[in-house]
Design a protein. Structure first.
Length: 302
């Protein structure tokens, strides 16, 4: 047997450590010191930071959708039982998002447009109550941002909130099942299976190392903004233990959009390697954010 034909997940991780542009010092912290996010921002800059809102209060009128499937590419949704938690996960996500390590909060509050256009990310360790039992679970949380020089009206045509998962980096395939729409026809609830390559530098399909996630997603809309909350309720290959969070698209200034990913993870094989998990998550979500930028700005080339 050719020893070069079989690569283990740990080799992929080591390749990331050697090749990514971030240092472990950038994404690793010692004992976490937390403080209320609003207090941190006030202390660091005395002004609020766009995109760190705990949620968008607008509640659209819901109507049942008969079930629109789209985006299937060899990885269909294989189960729709959301378990005891069901659709009740927005409050849990907003709870962990409003508390950050001090250094992380200061880093983001100090970042201006010059830093944001290239994308910035930090990851940190924490504990959250992700399940219905109420017990805390150890996770690694990423916070990633990018500023995209496109008006929100252009951005939402290129990247509707409901298509957020269809346009992320390293996607091998998946399927979206829309379950509810608002009175205006916009998607407000959907199920989505997404399978990402376990080799983040390329779209390589190796089933044992793929990140396979089926998510329940709730979308809330505001004026010139949209926020997608998700919770993984199923992983067909067992690769994803915990994955909850959101992506927010919000007008920034007069003609730009600020994209913010903020999510908590526990991945198979990395539970006991938090330093590596922080590195991998920051790089992966920077890849997602930069892909969004490339898609949104492609209109300038047409």
């Amino acid at each position: 047997m050719n020893k070069h034909k079989t690569l283990t997940p740990i080799l992929f991780v080591l390749a990331l450590i050697g090749g990514a542009g971030l240092s472990l010092a950038e994404t690793g912290f010692g004992p976490a010191q937390t403080m209320d996010l609003a207090e941190t921002i006030k202390e660091a800059r005395q002004t609020p930071v766009p995109g760190l809102s705990p949620g968008i209060p607008a509640e659209p009128q819901l109507v049942t959708d008969p079930g629109l499937r789209r985006g299937s590419a060899g990885f269909p949704i294989t189960g729709t039982d959301l378990g005891p938690t069901g659709w009740d996960f927005v409050d849990m996500i907003e709870t962990f998002q409003t508390r950050l390590p001090k250094d992380v909060a200061r880093y983001f509050s100090a970042a201006g447009p010059r830093e944001l256009v290239g994308g910035i990310s930090k990851s940190y360790e924490s504990e959250i109550r992700a399940g219905s039992g109420g017990e805390k679970e150890k996770v690694v949380i990423e916070l990633t941002r990018i500023l995209i020089d496109a008006p929100f009206s252009v951005f939402q045509k290129k990247l509707p909130a409901g298509d957020w998962g269809l346009n992320i980096a390293h996607r091998l395939g998946g399927e979206v099942l829309v379950t509810e729409k608002g009175a205006d026809g916009r998607v407000v609830r959907q199920l989505e299976r997404m399978v990402l390559s376990g080799v983040p530098c390329a779209a390589v399909n190796l089933s044992l190392t793929n990140q396979d996630m089926t998510k329940a997603e709730i979308i809330r809309y505001g004026k010139d903004s949209a926020k997608v909350y998700w919770r993984v309720y199923r992983s067909d290959n067992g690769s994803t233990k915990v994955d909850v969070g959101s992506v927010e698209f919000r007008t920034y200034g007069e003609s730009s959009v600020l994209v913010t990913f903020h999510s908590a993870h526990r991945l198979r094989g990395l539970e006991f390697l938090p330093g590596v998990a922080k590195r991998v998550l920051s790089q992966t979500f920077l890849d997602h954010a930069r892909r969004y930028r490339d898609i949104a700005l492609s209109h300038r080339l047409n």
